[in-house]
Design a binder for this molecule. Structure first.
Ligand code: FAD
Length: 565
């Protein structure tokens, strides 16, 4: 099998020669490095590769190549090889390049850029190439696969999908093999299983091999070094939720000397962790995938000494003297001096006779990043036309045969940011069914079709569908909190001055002061991020909330030690 291709198109002879030399020096063992002096020849090469079904990992084009221009070339290259990552080569001194790139990034025509000259290559060339290759390997699941953790199953089976999603979203390196593949048969044979019951997870840590048949995620997590139970009964700060708000609070709390425990129901990163590319978070000019951001943040928290407990929900909150006791799903409890609620929001459900039954078997709530490969070449649907739906549509259009956005909205601009509307409109594989509702699904073991209703004339139509990603808004799951934590009619938690309108509950609020910013109507219980009434629903504001809450937490602890209630 031919090695995957790295292709660079540059018409300046000396630059092309240097680039070929530097790329070959570093990558020629695992990739074929080719260069071309013209877009026309470059496209010929890419068309040939497409015919031979070889993989193209990266395409690089000089911004100002003759006859076509670098961006147009990359757009054509992407049509031929949608999985290839794209980089533009620009001169450091080219002031106009930024304007061109700004537009290209907005329209999702570019993944990164390289400046020429790039010496030293270790600083200016290889890190960018490394990021692009890492992303390419991740999205295509190409290259050498993990032999430490191997998952065999059928992704359209809810229990297999659940495991794969858990591994993906928690950043665990693993290999997935569909049950009917040669690899799957080899792995199953090596552990003496016949594959009658799936999924099967094989974990080989170098010393011993363990094989789990149709396991619960909580059985798997300890094999991967993740805690599913708290190692302590008491801590200073207990944080419910490990999205951006909870992780930020954890980093600030632990770095300032507070013993900190985070309880996470599903996967670190929360909603942000499911985002294919976050482009507006400060400090990441080329964007950052939600998973990368989540992994960095959780590693940072753990290196400050935070304990993260996975696959447990906070299910109750009670006052215990001058502390709080938080109950967890498994019936255990932890006592904390203060509590931070960072549980974000939960996706709203579609209602229709078969829509619930096929959840996990073709119908997925949220962006479901672990399914990108599984939908390659298939028709998929997205319910909803907000920002997260738009972002997901653009991402999935790289893999799927077509992506159809279905929403009752009359126009994309109703709920989607302008830059995303432009991206959606510029992506040829995205279709729109606006003014339309999804009212039912068809399928036995898995989704086969959707029933769509035209909201203007009431007619229905059944359309073939392999997967449906539901992103029709979200609401907070705050029912488990005591009524003394005041909420607005939508269930969002009131904090700071917002608590005053309702009148503070006198049985829990015996303080002369008013609640601190981000403090709820229970002293020492804070709410941060999307779960908070008035939240801005951005990664940055969730992170900011986490930082503010910890600052206020210090005030609260100082107050308690100086003037106990
Ligand atoms: C697809 C998508 C794309 C997005 N793109 C962007 C973007 O480009 N830029 C941007 O700024 N914002 C973006 N957002 C919005 C951003 O992700 C959210 O505003 C942000 O994640 C909110 O952070 P949070 O920590 O408050 O909540 P969340 O991220 O929702 O995290 C909450 C966490 O709490 C956990 N949890 C829930 N209940 C419990 C419980 N009872 N006990 C324990 N844990 C619990 C959940 O499992 C979850 O992990 C996007 C959102 C989505 C869905």
């Amino acid at each position: 099998m031919a090695l995957p291709l790295i292709l660079a198109v540059e018409d300046e002879d000396d630059v092309r020669g240097d680039l070929e030399r530097d790329l070959a020096k570093r990558y020629s063992a695992d990739y074929r490095v080719l260069t071309s002096d013209s877009p026309g020849h470059g496209l010929e090469l890419l068309t040939r590769e497409q015919g031979e079904k070889t993989e193209v990992a990266i395409v690089i084009a000089s911004l100002r190549i003759q006859s076509m221009g670098g961006i147009d070339f990359l757009v054509r290259a992407h049509e031929l090889h949608p999985m290839a990552r794209r980089a533009l080569l620009i001169r450091v001194s080219d002031a106009e390049a930024v304007t061109v790139m700004e537009q290209a990034f907005t329209l999702n025509q570019l993944d990164s850029y390289i400046t020429k000259p790039w010496e030293p290559a270790e600083e200016w060339l290889y890190p960018t190439m490394g990021d692009l290759l890492r992303e390419w390997v991740r999205v295509t699941e190409a290259g050498p696969r993990s032999t430490v953790i191997q998952l065999i199953g059928d992704l359209w089976q809810p229990r297999c999908y659940r495991l794969k999603d858990m591994l993906d979203r928690n950043g665990v390196p693993y290999a997935y093999y569909p049950s009917d593949s040669e690899h799957a048969r080899e792995v199953l044979a090596s552990v003496g299983k016949d594959g009658q019951r799936l999924p099967v997870l094989v974990v080989n840590d170098g010393r011993r091999t363990q094989c789990l048949v149709d396991p619960e995620p909580a059985e798997v997590a300890p094999l991967l070094g993740a805690d599913v139970r708290p190692r302590v009964n008491e801590c200073d700060v207990l944080i419910a939720g490990a999205g951006p708000a909870g992780l930020a609070a954890a980093v600030y709390a632990a770095s300032e000397g507070l013993s900190t425990l985070v309880i996470e129901a599903e996967a670190v990163g929360g909603q942000a962790g499911t985002s294919a590319m976050i482009r507006n978070y400060l400090g990441f000019p080329r964007g950052v995938s939600g998973r990368d951001l989540a992994m960095r943040a959780s590693e940072q928290a753990r290196l400050f000494g935070v304990q993260v407990v996975y696959l447990q929900k906070a299910t109750g909150l009670h006052q215990a003297g001058d502390r709080y006791k938080v109950s967890l799903t498994d019936g255990s409890g932890v006592t904390a001096r203060l509590v931070i609620i960072a549980i974000g929001v939960t996706y709203r459900r579609l209602s229709g006779p078969n829509l619930g039954r096929l959840t996990g078997a073709g119908i997925f709530y949220g962006a479901a990043p672990s399914l990108a490969q599984a939908i390659r070449g298939l028709p998929v649907f997205i319910a909803g036309a907000g920002n997260s739906a738009g972002q997901t549509a653009v991402h999935l259009a790289q893999y799927a045969a077509s992506v159809t956005i279905v929403a009752p909205d009359r126009s994309l601009a109703d709920h989607m940011s302008d830059y995303l509307v432009k991206q959606v409109q510029a992506t040829p594989r995205i279709n729109l069914r606006l003014g339309t509702a999804i009212v039912d699904a068809v399928g036995g073991q898995r989704l086969e079709a959707l029933v769509l209703k035209d909201l203007a004339d009431g007619t229905t139509e059944t359309v073939p569908a392999t997967a449906l990603f539901v992103m029709i808004g979200a609401e907070p799951a705050t029912d488990w909190l005591p009524t003394t934590v005041l909420r607005d009619p939508g269930g969002y938690i009131l904090t700071g001055p917002d608590t005053l309108g309702e009148g503070l509950p006198t049985d829990t609020w015996a303080l002369r002061r008013q609640p601190f910013p981000r403090e709820t109507s229970m002293p020492g219980v804070f709410a941060v991020g999307d779960v908070r009434h008035g939240a801005v629903n951005r990664v940055a504001s969730a992170v900011g909330d986490g930082a503010i809450a910890i600052q206020m937490a210090h005030e609260y602890l100082k107050e308690r030690s100086l003037a106990p209630v």
